[in-house]
Design a protein around this ligand. Structure first.
Ligand SMILES: Nc1ncnc2c1ncn2[C@@H]1O[C@H](COP(=O)(O)OP(=O)(O)OP(=O)(O)O)[C@@H](O)[C@H]1O
Length: 192
């Protein structure tokens, strides 16, 4: 995997007229992971969007070296297409098929329109595409939402494999997630 790096320095985030957090600094290189923890509404998704480059920080800087793969609550899969074709759409960009479909328990769902998939199945489908994307920087916003116990363990394994292969991962979750050796940032410590 190509080398990667992600850092944020003295980051502050404003949504509307509220500053959600300030003074947040983090630095991750290949092989490293970080969990962003915090209650509903504290700003985890807002932070992930900043790290992904989808918004401008109110203050501070972000440095990114490597392609970003983002998972959030909206899977980037056409809701009207059968799952197999929705995943195939990305093949031409990713240069590879979503081979993790079987591992993620999606093999029997190829003909089912994405909009009919359950919450957990949609999350699994987003993970299948993320793996095929092969981006070194993973930004996972609440990746465990809707997943059963086995799938939670699978996500933990997949993130560990990604880091072992030289990738890095930032995981925002209000749920416990086992990421051995990961940094942990409690967002309330940076509340403005
Ligand atoms: N576009 C916006 N304009 C104004 N306020 C916003 C906007 N988007 C989000 N917010 C507010 O920013 C705060 C943080 O939202 P965010 O989605 O980042 O929280 P979160 O920690 O991810 O929450 P959850 O755990 O519920 O997903 C919330 O109070 C939300 O209402």
């Amino acid at each position: 995997m190509e080398s990667c790096r992600l850092s944020a320095t003295e980051l502050a985030c404003r949504r509307g007229d509220r500053v959600l957090f300030r003074g947040l600094t983090l630095a991750l290189g290949g092989g490293e992971a970080c969990q962003i923890a915090g209650a509903n509404g504290i700003g985890k998704s807002s932070l992930m969007r900043l790290l992904a480059g989808l918004g401008e920080p109110f203050a501070g800087t972000i440095a990114r070296d490597g392609e970003v793969g983002l998972i959030d609550e909206r899977p980037a899969l056409d809701p009207h297409l059968p799952l197999g074709r929705a995943l195939a759409f990305w093949e031409r960009f990713d240069g590879r098929a979503a081979e993790a479909v079987g591992r993620l328990g999606l093999a029997a769902l190829a003909e089912v329109p994405v909009r009919f998939l359950s919450t957990g199945q949609k999350k699994r489908a987003a993970l299948a595409r993320l793996i095929a994307q092969a981006a070194p920087i993973w930004l996972l916003d609440e990746p465990l939402n809707g997943l059963d116990t086995d799938a939670v363990a699978l996500v933990e394994t997949i993130v560990a494999e990604h880091c072992a292969a030289g990738g890095l991962a930032v995981v925002a979750s209000h749920q416990a997630i086992a990421l051995p050796g990961a940094q942990r940032i409690a967002l309330r410590d940076y509340a403005a």
